[in-house]
Write a protein that binds this ligand. Structure first.
Ligand code: NAP
Length: 248
């Protein structure tokens, strides 16, 4: 375990059971942070993440919560505080994707996506605003799709654009307590969410569209999130950082 200034820090990572959230939980724990790993459906996967962290000498606990429900979002903070003390780092990673042309987009899918992708981070940020330690860090995981014009991605991109605006406002609101608030915007990253519904040819084309000519790995994103949580990033706030290998 290296020492990067996170050894006495407490972190909540939403959607930590797999994909990018799993990598973020592992990376924060590797730097010494105690991690509350949240999931909503897949307890087994979340338990594996916690077991992996503990096997490497780290501290982690798992808590089920639907981040789009206010009392469950609050319960995540209560659980983290009870286990480890006040929370220093919040990573709003939990998210869903559903793609369709706007003409065909079902209203229920729209509501569901906005509930999880926007209301979830909003509820967690609202809770964090009153509970995060001075000097703490919030990182919202958005997406490179806010920077490109992709058919079928309109509603998904709109959810991520909404979170980027929350990020900018919250950075101003919490700056007097030296809390940094940033967004990290991954490009195509090799996870279940990314692969779902795509052919091998589509995946290969998206990989080649990055300047670095491959898909991102969850660890590529996690390393940047860890950086934003360290003292080295103390002067970075209110920003949306594309982490996409030069995709856009
Ligand atoms: N992969 C990409 O190419 C890519 C690109 C740009 C941005 N992103 C963003 O990065 C984030 C992670 O994506 P991913 O690819 O790692 O996705 P993933 O593999 O599908 O994982 C999603 C995670 O979110 C959790 N989750 C879903 N709904 C939740 C809810 N209501 N409350 C709490 N947790 C919930 C899931 O928990 P369960 O396992 O319990 O269901 C899971 O841990 C998302 O915000 C996504 O929009 C991904």
């Amino acid at each position: 375990m290296s020492s990067n200034g996170l050894s006495r820090k407490v972190a909540i990572v939403t959607g930590a059971s797999r994909g990018i959230g799993r990598a973020i939980a592992l990376a924060l724990a590797a730097e010494g942070a105690a991690v509350l790993a949240n999931y909503v459906r897949d307890r087994t996967a979340a338990d594996h993440v916690v077991a992996d962290i503990q096997a490497r000498g780290g501290r982690a606990t798992v808590v089920k919560a639907d981040v789009s429900i206010a009392k469950e979002a609050a319960a995540l903070f209560e659980a983290a505080e009870a286990a480890y003390g006040p929370v220093d780092i919040l990573v709003n990673n939990a998210g869903l994707a559903h793609y369709a042309p706007i003409r065909d987009y079902d209203e229920k899918d729209f509501d569901h996506l906005f509930n999880v992708n926007v209301k979830g981070p909003f509820l967690m940020c609202r809770e964090a605003a009153g509970r995060l330690t001075d000097g703490g860090t919030i990182v919202n995981i958005t997406s490179t799709v806010t920077r490109v014009m992709l058919p079928r991605y309109g509603v998904y991109a709109a959810t991520k654009a909404a979170v980027e605006q929350l990020t900018r406002a919250l950075a101003k609101e919490l700056g007097d307590r030296q809390i940094t608030v940033n967004a990290v915007a991954p490009g195509p990253t090799d996870t279940a969410l990314f692969r779902h519904g795509k052919s091998d040819d589509q995946i290969a084309a998206m990989a080649q569209a990055a300047a670095l000519q491959r898909l991102g790995l969850p660890e590529d994103i996690a390393d940047v999130v860890v950086f934003l949580a360290t003292p080295a990033a103390r002067w970075v706030s209110g920003q949306c950082l594309p982490v996409n290998g030069g995709f856009a």
